[in-house]
Design a protein. Structure first.
Length: 196
């Protein structure tokens, strides 16, 4: 292997400098720093994939003691069409590690007791299974009468393949025959971003 010692390599004016051809490997040895003061494209850098969605301007009715996919139908941010507001699912398109988070604001009216709720970050439609427990957040809230809204939040780091999906499931449990719904207007949201 021969070495070329230069301080700067420039392409012809208004052209592109290409290193190697298809099938070659350009190696950056350990200890070498790449300092970029320009625009880096095509590297799939952490942070380049992100999304934020929310429940629209109306509540979503959920059945008692039933895991329900929450309809996050309004996009706030979407770096590359990675969130589908029709299926309410995040599909990264690029393999990596992702921090995913979600919140469901839940209300019970008509005076029945509000017993508990669980939110799950559901990978690949697996539902409520042991592998999802670390992505769930659940707690107990009791109320004897009146109306109340409580927020349930969960976040998790996921290893994801390009075609994996994540959605939010919510289960509310209560006594009586109350009117029950998630609450929109930004109180119920879903987001995530690439970290590696």
């Amino acid at each position: 292997m021969s070495k070329l010692f230069v301080d700067q390599v420039d392409p012809k004016t208004a052209t592109t400098l290409t290193l190697g051809t298809s099938g070659d490997t350009v190696s950056i040895p350990s200890g070498v720093t790449i300092a970029n003061a320009g625009t880096a494209t095509g590297f799939g850098a952490a942070g380049s994939i992100y999304f934020l969605a929310r429940r629209g301007n109306s509540g979503q009715t959920v059945a008692n003691d039933t895991y329900t996919a929450i309809q996050m139908d309004t996009e706030m941010e979407d770096s590359g069409s990675v969130f589908n507001p029709a299926t309410y699912k995040f599909t990264p398109g690029v393999a990596g590690k992702y921090l995913v988070f979600g919140q469901v604001a839940f209300s019970v009216t008509n005076g029945a007791d509000f017993d508990s709720g669980t939110i799950i970050l559901d990978k690949n439609d697996a539902g409520y299974v042991d592998t999802n427990l670390k992505g769930a957040s659940a707690f107990f809230l009791a109320r004897s009468s009146g109306s109340a809204t409580q927020s349930f939040y969960a976040q998790q780091i996921f290893d994801m393949d390009a075609d994996d999906t994540i959605r939010i499931l919510f289960q509310g449990t209560w006594s009586g025959a109350s009117s029950n719904q998630t609450v929109g207007y930004g109180k119920t949201f879903f987001g995530g971003f690439q970290i590696a």
